[in-house]
Design a protein around this ligand. Structure first.
Ligand SMILES: [Zn+2]
Length: 376
């Protein structure tokens, strides 16, 4: 941007010149919304405009992405073909590896893996939008099998999938460190191109972590299914039922006994109701957490009743996409390390700290590849 003068940028903005998209971003001080230079929305008065180098910079200054031009989506990497969206993932991306992880449990109710495609239903603008996601000629294609949503919804869907598969991440430094790491090397070679599969929705991520505390994975899935089937929305398509995780507003209106009826412990019921209320009231939000530095975000999460170290790190990893988040107390991690190291017991936390000394900055990726090694 330094090469462009303010008057050049103003000219480009007023002309709506597409050639400047991605070179700078326009923020409107009065509305706190930022745009691409080519945005077709009504042009603001030049005196109200500030310019940013990147979308991130605009977000850091508390500007929100325009809902007409989508300045927060990676330019040139997503193509709106009207009846479907094509995303261009980084060359290392391996969709098949991700599908194995996504299909690891038959008890999953929030998505479906079927014939090399991933199906997911999300709510966009009060409508349930079904997506079918698959690879075709090195593009990640999103189709809408039920009805064709409007452009805004299509691009929100693209954004969701882009985040779900962590396609912003360049894992090259992780691959490099893994090459020199005795534990990671075989796993990362075998599953190369796997990305951390996130839980983009904060309420779902926190609830799922709390449901999983101190019980086996199967029972956690049972709790999730019950909660979703009673309080979520279902979506019938082609003889299959897809579910959408309950809204925090729905859950916040419940009593502890409502969740106890689904076999939640009193504590877990209280934790989840508390989180649902905080999100509904706006005192807890993903947008706010994303603006904080990592330690601040972690401390904020830890201040929530029911959130301990493991839950905070799990949410940092799966929802806030921090590659250095490290849920070191994770049972799955311990089981995977036990197998990889050929131990007859799980490793201690001290041992894990030693093993992970070389993972700095990429702990979440190391954990995720170790989880993947459990599903061969
Ligand atoms: Zn715009």
């Amino acid at each position: 941007m330094t090469a462009l003068s303010r008057s050049t940028m103003i000219e480009a903005m007023l002309a709506g010149d597409k050639a400047f998209d991605g070179l700078f971003y326009t923020g409107v001080k009065t509305t706190k919304i930022y745009c691409l230079p080519s945005c077709y929305a009504k042009k603001p008065y030049p005196e109200n405009v500030v310019f940013f180098h990147t979308a991130d910079e605009a977000e850091k200054h508390h500007f929100r992405a325009c809902k007409k031009c989508f300045p927060d989506l990676p330019q040139d990497l997503w193509i709106d073909n009207k009846d479907h969206i094509a995303l261009i993932p980084p060359s290392d991306f391996n969709f098949q590896e991700c599908l194995v992880f996504l299909g690891r449990s038959d008890a999953e109710v929030l998505h479906l893996v079927h014939e090399k495609s991933f199906y997911k239903c999300i709510k966009i603008q009060e409508k349930n939008v079904l997506m079918k996601v698959f690879m075709k000629q090195e593009k990640l294609v999103i189709e809408f099998p039920d009805f064709l949503p409007n452009k805004f919804s299509r691009l929100q869907a693209a954004k969701y999938i882009w985040n779900l598969f962590d396609l912003d991440c360049d894992p090259e430094p992780f691959y490099k460190l893994a090459e020199k790491d005795a534990v990671l090397n075989p796993i990362v070679s075998r599953h190369h191109g796997l990305r951390i599969i996130g839980i983009p929705d904060l309420f779902e991520a926190l609830s799922w972590a709390i449901m999983g505390q101190q019980i086996n994975l199967n029972f956690a899935y049972t709790l999730k299914r019950r909660l979703t089937e009673v309080y979520g929305e279902n979506y019938e398509f082609d003889g299959k039922t897809m579910w959408i995780f309950p809204e925090p507003e729905t859950i916040s209106a419940l009593n502890v006994s409502d969740l106890q009826n689904l076999q939640f412990t009193t504590r877990k019921a209280e934790y989840i109701l508390g989180i649902a209320r905080a999100i509904s009231e706006g005192t807890l939000s993903k947008e706010h957490l994303l603006l904080l530095e990592k330690e601040e975000a972690r401390n904020f999460l830890l201040s929530i009743r029911g959130v301990g170290g493991w839950t905070a790190d799990y949410v940092l990893m799966k929802c806030l996409k921090d590659p250095s988040a490290f849920p070191i107390a994770d049972v799955g991690l311990h089981n995977a390390l036990k197998t990889q190291l050929g131990l007859d017991r799980k490793p201690s936390i001290e041992e894990i700290l030693k093993i992970s000394a070389g993972w700095k900055g990429w702990e979440a990726y190391a954990v995720f590849y170790l989880w993947r090694s459990l599903y061969n």
